[in-house]
Design a protein around this ligand. Structure first.
Ligand code: PLP
Length: 465
């Protein structure tokens, strides 16, 4: 296949276009334009095959926390691959990096979250957590307490079960099927899009009442678990109202509902803490799911961290089997990579950097609310976004087909900056090594991109303000 003259004509570009089905592929545009081939990464910077440089404000996919291209990480991976590249981790076999990483995660996780089940990524960790809910309640004599409560606009992964538990705007399509039985969705706790007549505190009261009403309707004997990202990530950087998560947790405790904190994005420093649920929101979850920043994206790995209390119930009587797990659970090279990653995060004080530079980033980005297209800037730590609107008073969006956030990210890309378009948002989650000078570059470049796209939209007859 020959690429049109304006497209790169490298073999990676061509082979990708001819053979790869990308996650969340949009068939038409992909077949027309193909993919950007990234060839190299160092720190927060990427270079494409043509040698063009980009500042990666997306952090890969919320994951390159320590930054790319670290020699000591490459060495740690190579050494482990040479010593022991793989070992069975089923039933009663283990390896040194998996055991040490489990102990380290138990040390970093809040409260009595001392037990670790390793997976291949975030989806498989969440999938397992949801199944542990029914296991736990069954073991305690409540076999019908299996329903899961999640929220609108949450994202918990891409397996059949986790796509059914999550419910992000735009992801649900009629071509796919979703499990609906035993899964309930509460309102998204988005303060920016709360009903006009409510204060944030009233909105929070309303969300708690909605949860209590659901429990009254369905029955506490049926609802086994509640799952929440402390800050909803790809659903739009939703920082919930003050006190919301803690109050949801208190409702859970009253009704013996397990609280699963999905920290696939928020853990490992993204918002300045090892885990956000307790340190940022005062919640002691029963289970935490994590991945991404666990290895900073150098290798795939996920983990489900569960409480001693859950373990004790599952193990009670000494006769049950935990019949779930993955070939690559406890992969020695991935676990060695995670241990090195945690060592670097600790040694370089990167959680503190995320906190400090994140505060600077949030302040600088907030100023973009003065632009006619920007309705809301929000975030915490190094999770931030800009929401584009057609009308700042009504918060009405531009028609979906205008695709302004994709046009803004394309414009930013042409200026050497990668930001992620999601719906009507432009989202950022840079590596935790980011400096204030780099924040200045990101904000100034994003502003230039938004201004240029706004000018184009005005020329096309769209009205904003
Ligand atoms: N949970 C959350 C909150 C996520 O953001 C993601 C991925 O973005 C997942 C789970 C799924 O993780 P993975 O893509 O590693 O399976």
């Amino acid at each position: 296949m020959n690429a049109p003259a304006s497209l790169p004509n490298t073999s990676a570009f061509e082979m990708d276009r001819a053979h790869v089905l990308h996650p969340w592929a949009n068939f038409g545009p992909f077949e027309k334009a193909g993919s950007l081939v990234i060839a190299r990464g160092q720190g927060a910077k990427l270079w494409d095959e043509q040698g063009r440089e980009y500042f990666d404000a997306v952090g890969g996919m919320w994951c390159t926390n320590i930054g790319l291209g670290r020699r000591e990480m490459a060495d740690a991976i190579a050494e482990q691959a040479e010593r022991l590249a793989f070992a069975n981790h089923f039933v009663d076999m283990t390896n040194d990096p998996a055991a040490r990483l489990a102990a380290k995660l138990a040390e970093l996780a809040p409260g009595d979250l001392n037990r670790v089940h390793f997976t291949t990524g975030g989806s498989t960790a969440v999938d397992t957590a949801v199944r542990v809910v029914s296991y736990y309640h069954h073991a305690r004599g409540n076999p019908d307490k299996t329903d899961i409560v999640a929220r609108e606009n949450s994202y918990h992964g891409s397996t059949y079960l986790t796509q059914s538990v999550g419910k992000r705007n735009g992801d649900r399509i009629e071509e796919f099927r979703y499990k609906t039985e035993g899964i309930h969705h509460l309102s998204c706790p988005n303060p920016y899009r709360r009903p006009d007549h409510m204060t944030e505190a009233q909105f929070c009261d309303d969300l708690i009442a909605e949860f209590e009403a659901l429990i009254a309707r369905v029955g506490a004997d049926k609802i086994g678990g509640f799952i929440a990202e402390p800050i909803q990530a790809s659903g739009g950087i939703i920082v919930p109202p003050q006190g919301y998560l803690r109050r949801m947790w208190e409702v859970c405790k009253r009704h013996d509902i397990l609280f699963i904190a999905d920290e696939v994005v928020t853990a490992f420093g993204r918002v300045g803490h090892w885990f956000a649920a307790e340190d940022a929101f005062g919640v002691q979850p029963d289970m935490i799911t994590c991945a991404k920043g666990l290895t900073s994206g150098y290798l795939p790995l996920g983990a489900l961290i569960l409480s001693d209390r859950i373990w004790a119930a599952m193990a009670d009587g000494g006769h049950r089997w935990f019949t779930t797990g993955l070939t690559y659970s406890g992969h020695p090279v991935s676990c060695a990579c995670a241990l090195k990653n945690i060592e670097i995060l600790e040694r370089e004080g990167l959680l503190g950097n995320a906190d400090r530079v994140g505060a600077y980033f949030n302040t600088r980005l907030k100023a973009l609310e003065n632009l006619p297209l920007v309705g809301n800037v929000r975030g915490q730590g190094l999770m931030l976004c800009v929401e584009n609107v057609a009308n700042k008073t009504t918060k009405a969006l531009l028609p979906d087909e205008v695709n302004e956030s994709k046009r803004i990210s394309d414009m930013a890309e042409s200026l050497g900056l990668l930001v992620r378009p999601i719906g009507h948002l432009n989202v950022m989650s840079p590596p935790l090594i980011i400096t204030e000078a780099e924040v200045d570059f990101v904000v100034d470049t994003l502003e230039a991109a938004i201004r240029r796209v706004t000018d184009d939209l005005v020329r096309e007859g769209h009205r904003m303000g």
